[in-house]
Design a protein around this ligand. Structure first.
Ligand SMILES: Cc1cc2nc3c(=O)[nH]c(=O)nc-3n(C[C@H](O)[C@H](O)[C@H](O)COP(=O)(O)OP(=O)(O)OC[C@H]3O[C@@H](n4cnc5c(N)ncnc54)[C@H](O)[C@@H]3O)c2cc1C
Length: 312
C-alpha cells in the first residue's frame, strides 16, 4: 500500500469506501497519506457517531497517532487511575494497569478527531450515499444505481455490512441473548458523594438477577453508562431504563441512574459475525496480485469490535 500510484500510468490509485464511521474515515486518512485518492460514502444525511462512550487501548491509540488524530483525542479523553471491579457492590479488584496505554472518551470525541484528520487530508466524503453492493472485480454500486470503479473497495459499513453481504462470503451471524443500553449522563460527582468516582468501575450483580453496569468517566463532564442485561429480562432490557430496578440493585449509583432514566435510550443485543474466508475487493486494473489487497484468514472473527463480541 506504500506509494499510491500505479507504475504503468502514474495515476494515483483510487479507493471507494462504504461507511463514514471510525473505520471508514481512518482507512481513508491512511490511504490519503500514501497518495491515494479516496471517496467515502456515508448513507446517513450527516457524519456522526452513534453510541455513548468508547475505550481505546494501545493498538487503537497507535492508529490514531499514525493518522494525526492522537493529540485531539488525548485532549478530549481521560486515562482513569484505576480499573475497579465490584461484585454485589463489594470491590473485588482494583487494577491501576501500570504501563498500559488506554483512554476513555465519548464516541463523538473520537469521531470528530478522525473526521478532522480526513478533512485535513482532503478526503472526499459524500453523505446520503448508500452503497448497496461491491464487485470483487473492482467497483461499488450505490442506491442511486451509479457504479463507481476503484482500485480498492473498503466495506466499513458496520456490523450489517452491505458490502460484505454482496460479496457472498460464507458467514455466520449470531445474536447473543445478552444486550446493552448505552447512555451518556452528567458526571454528578458531588451528588454521588464520597468515593473514587474517577475510576472505571465494573459493577457485576448475579442475584436475584443478572445485571451489570460499566461506569466509565469520559471527561470532567460526561459519564458513559453501559447497562447490561439478558434480552429475556423484560425489566432489565426496558428503555427508558426501569429506575426502580437499577437503583435497587446498584444504590450507590442512584444520582446518575436517575439522569439515565430521563433519556429514551436503545437496548441492543450483541452480535457476532464469523466468516470462513474473506478477501478485499480489488481491481484487476491495478494489475496487483491478490496478495496485496487480499487476505485469507480461516476462521477469522470478522470485525470483532463491530459486533461487540469482545467489547472491552
Ligand atoms: C456495546 C458495544 C460496546 C463497544 N465498546 C467498544 C470499546 O469500548 N472500544 C472499542 O474499540 N470498540 C467498541 N465497540 C466496537 C466499536 O463500536 C465498533 O468496532 C466500531 O464502532 C466500528 O466502527 P465502524 O466504523 O466499523 O462501524 P460503524 O461505527 O457501525 O460505522 C459504520 C458507518 O457506515 C454507515 N453505513 C452503514 N451502511 C452503509 C451503506 N450501505 N452505505 C454507506 N454507509 C453505510 C453507517 O451509517 C455508519 O456511519 C463496541 C461495540 C458495542 C456494540
Amino acid at each position: 500500500m506504500r506509494g499510491g500510484t500505479t507504475t504503468r500510468t502514474s495515476k494515483p490509485l483510487h479507493a471507494e469506501i462504504a461507511g463514514g464511521g471510525f473505520a471508514g474515515l481512518a482507512t481513508a486518512v491512511a490511504l490519503r497519506q500514501r497518495g491515494w485518492t479516496v471517496r467515502v460514502h456515508e448513507k446517513a444525511s450527516e457524519l456522526r457517531a452513534f453510541g455513548a462512550g468508547i475505550y481505546l487501548w494501545h493498538n487503537g491509540l497507535r492508529v490514531l497517532e499514525s493518522i494525526g488524530s492522537l493529540d485531539e483525542v488525548l485532549r478530549g479523553s481521560v486515562r482513569p487511575p484505576i480499573y475497579e471491579t465490584r461484585r454485589d457492590n463489594q470491590t473485588v479488584s482494583k487494577e491501576p494497569l501500570p504501563g498500559m496505554a488506554w483512554r476513555v472518551m465519548t464516541r463523538q470525541t473520537l469521531h470528530a478527531a478522525i473526521l478532522a484528520a480526513a478533512r485535513r487530508e482532503g478526503v472526499d466524503v459524500v453523505v446520503n450515499s448508500e452503497v448497496v453492493s461491491a464487485d470483487p472485480a473492482g467497483s461499488i454500486t450505490l442506491a442511486s444505481g451509479q457504479t463507481l470503479p476503484a482500485d480498492l473497495v473498503v466495506g466499513a459499513d458496520g456490523v450489517a455490512s452491505n458490502v460484505r453481504d454482496s460479496i457472498g462470503f460464507a458467514q455466520d451471524r449470531r445474536t447473543s441473548r445478552d444486550g446493552i443500553t448505552r447512555l451518556l449522563v452528567p458526571r454528578l460527582k458531588q451528588q454521588l458523594g464520597p468515593g473514587e468516582w474517577d475510576n472505571v468501575i465494573d459493577f457485576w450483580n448475579f442475584e436475584p438477577c443478572v445485571l451489570r453496569i460499566l461506569y466509565s468517566p469520559c471527561n470532567e463532564e460526561e459519564l458513559y453508562l453501559a447497562l447490561m442485561a439478558p434480552g429475556d429480562d423484560p425489566e432489565g432490557s426496558q428503555v427508558p431504563i426501569k429506575l426502580e430496578l437499577w437503583t435497587r440493585i446498584f444504590p450507590q449509583l442512584t444520582p446518575v441512574l436517575e439522569a439515565a432514566a430521563s433519556i429514551s435510550g436503545r437496548y441492543d443485543r450483541y452480535q457476532t459475525t464469523v466468516v470462513e474466508r474473506w478477501r478485499a475487493a480489488t481491481s484487476p486494473s491495478s494489475a496487483m496480485p491478490p496478495t496485496r489487497c487480499a487476505r485469507h484468514w480461516p476462521k477469522a472473527p470478522a470485525a470483532q469490535w463491530s459486533t461487540g463480541s469482545a467489547w472491552r
